[in-house]
Design a protein around this ligand. Sequence first.
Ligand SMILES: [Zn+2]
Length: 157
Amino acid sequence: METKTISTTIQVAQISELSVADRELIEHAMRQTDKSYAPYSRFNVGAAVRLVDGSIIVGCNQENAAFGVTMCAERSALFAAGASHPDIAVTSIAIAARDSNGFTTEPISPCGMCRQAMIETETRYRIPLRILLYGSAHTYIIEGITCLMPLSFESFM
Ligand SMILES: [Zn+2]
């Protein structure tokens, strides 16, 4: 028997250190929290994805009294991009969240289902997904979803 260690690399940056394109994507995610429907959690999450042609598609969490029906912001944006621009690759996603006290100080991280959807996005377009997790104190920059979900399930079709 042997032990294997899986490590991951995450860059931590101040918003001012990011490129104009990354800041723009985060600003779209932040604005999208205003459109979130979160009467149960009162936790508003916004996401924005950038396509390889530069266009930006947004999403936000949409809750439901039957909680299992609720859709996360990340998948909302990814699926909207897939529905409206199925042949244009997704290159990056930004995620921001706030509650009644304002935006989270630390970045929030996508749930397991959204991570799985991001894996499929990378597989579909054959481009590592740049993930920007916004927090008012700092932003995490993650190059590729496997950094957040090693040993993930992938189709071998
Ligand atoms: Zn999720």
